[in-house]
Write a protein that binds this ligand. Sequence first.
Ligand code: GLY
Length: 364
Amino acid sequence: MSETKLPQSSSSSPVCAWNEWDPLEEVIVGTCTGAVVPPWHISLAGAMPSESEAFFKEHGGTPFPQERIDAANRNLAELTSLLESEGVKVRRPKPVEQALPYAAPDWSSPSGVYNAMPRDLMLVIGDEIIETPGAWRSRYFEFKSFRDLLKEYFHAGARWTAAPRPELTDELFVQDYTPPAPGEPMRYVLTEFEPVFDAADFVRCGSDLFCHRSNVTNAAGIEWLRRHLGSEFRIHEIEVEDTMPMHIDSTFMPIAPGKVVINPDRVKKVPDALRHWDILVPPRPTIPDSHPLYMSSKWITMNVLMLDENRVVVEENEEPLIHAFKEWGFTPVPCPFRDFNSFGGSFHCATLDVRRRGTLQSYV
Ligand code: GLY
């Protein structure tokens, strides 16, 4: 592995992060206030646990039970305190009412979803913050809760970009989609009608980014980002075995120079670019079956946040994972987060690292 220093963009920007592990200085932490059960749409068929379909069909568009929201918000408050105690500046979005219907010329949505997962909506590459073209109609206006922060960062010098707003018309979705059975060839709910992607389908390792095609990120979305970032960056699409792909950060998580955590159920072939890296295979999650996970698999345990290339924020109940991180030479920083996990994410999803102290380098 070589660490080659490359030419820099502006470093005086309030927004600057090149990878997943440089020392964290400023972060946005989402909120569950106002969270609404996603209204059912075919786009969810390829991304949400199949057991949740009936729940979404019955309760979609109505608020999650208040006690679940309160419990998840307590987790977010714990995370905020932990980050602040480690010297990280924490910013919070403005909760925006989600239980309201809205319409575009070609479609309507009974509601929004939440303001909980800034990782999905925005991608920070150096001093640029890119708003992503999400594929869910119910998340179309989710950026609204983050706009005050984005305007502040813009006025302070950040580059602020929005990818082309998708139309999200019926042509984007395979209307009779069903996920493949294990062993069947992969098929996706998204067509290539227009570019769509979530930022959480990309992870950053300096001048190399890794991504996977998923049921919220199509090939055109990956190509849009590749052309947008230009020749200074390489985007590697990794092969995964996941019949319900949505977001790479429970599948493939680079956590330090030369170290990547891979999901043993999903990553069968490590990209050639990382052949000199340490491949860390985490122990299986211990989340009990009785714990509700409406919007993710148990592998949400892998969705960790690095405070720097040594300290890793990890769910406090995941003893085997905490032990593994110690064995691998990291310092685990445990935090309660199971109630937040019920909403489909963990520490990486719930945050957006706005500023990490570091420079653009090549690590592969
Ligand atoms: N969406 C990531 C997972 O469920 O594992």
